[in-house]
Design a protein around this ligand. Sequence first.
Ligand code: NDP
Length: 416
Amino acid sequence: MKALSVLGSTGSIGTQTLEIVDDFPDRFQVVALTAGRNLNLLIDQIRRHRPEVVALADGDLVATLRERLLALDPQDRPAPLPVLLGGCEGLCAAAAWPTADLVVTGIVGCAGLLPTLAAIRAGKDLALANKETLIAAGPVVLPELARSGSRLLPADSEHSAIFQCLQGTPWADTARLSTGIATPGLRRIQLTASGGAFRDWDAADLVKATVADATSHPNWSMGRKITVDSASLMNKGLEVIEAHYLFGIDYDQIEIIIHPQSIIHSMVELVDSSVLAQLGWPDMKLPLLYCLSWPERLETPWRRLNLTEVGQLSFRQPDPAKYPCMQLAYAAGRAGGTMPAAMNAANEQAVALFLEEQITFMDIPRLIERVCDRHRVDLKADPALADVLATDAWARQAVRELAAGSGARPVATAAG
Ligand code: NDP
């Protein structure tokens, strides 16, 4: 029985993780849950999974949660109530909860950084979905991993594919695969991208893209922020940096290719020129299950891949003019230090403004580029945690100021 702490349990990653727990009740149990603000769903999850601890990002909601749990019918009310915590400290305590064996990091954005670090410092293994943490703070996270001996198991489908492919090589050494040390025998990574909501749009039409357009992904069902990141291909750019840190591979050896069917989840080329790929239907439950069961494989009744049903697997180069975020991410990764933190925070803030219809879709890369340009003079090559946090806060503020000034146009003006 593996005990899980599920961070961001009310989100897309969190709910799919809990579905796996439901599917394998004799293999996995939940000891800790964390959420942002969705009390209704969280209460359902507490009733079903009876965790030892629950933490809410918004500490002001803890009293309401307690009252609502106490008001449940006695047969539904967990007895005793779980320990209820709030704020970042509470999230960190749930992440480092003593009885947890594995921490699933499903918080969206850099808000996941401190809880992830708390889990690593407590020596927990991680199923890493919250990629923003590694992107913003790779230079801080990797040494912490090396010190604590925690293992980072990639939950992102592409990195899970790479991880799975590398398990089949003679150099497989899981400690290396998870700490950013160069992976022997690995010559190239090909990250596949669905192309997101706009893969069949002309670049010129992107100025008219609405929130509804950007949040309807053709293949994957995910949270809103990552769905917008997929539409801009920033998600793939973030994954390039994630792959660099996870597998210790140079940026020149990481390629992005558009693969509209999302059946091949990524590929690795080895030194002898052999290419290994992992295939499956686009469903996050499979990479999540592999994180939970690794190094074992568990039998599932899930839909089997049938390539004759798929018919065709196609591939093309991404158009850099259509997807400027991709280049911004490569540039930030190559600059290193605090630059990925600045870029990631600028993206998070710009996407939030886009979702609030304060800026247009194409303002997202414009704002990120301006913030990264400004950050160049302050870049810290070998940052401490405080540098990453300061850069993150600065970049968000810079985006807000630029958007309020001349850096971006209100949606109504742009559409008109
Ligand atoms: P969602 O938006 O669906 O869920 C986010 C979760 O984080 C929710 O539980 C939310 O709580 C919680 N949350 C939001 N803000 C905060 C905060 N400030 N502090 C603490 N918790 C917070 O996101 P996804 O599940 O889609 O994505 C989660 C992470 O996984 C992201 O980093 C994403 O890039 C990554 N990922 C996601 C994939 C997917 O298929 N969804 C695939 C690969 C990676 P509440 O809703 O209660 O407010």
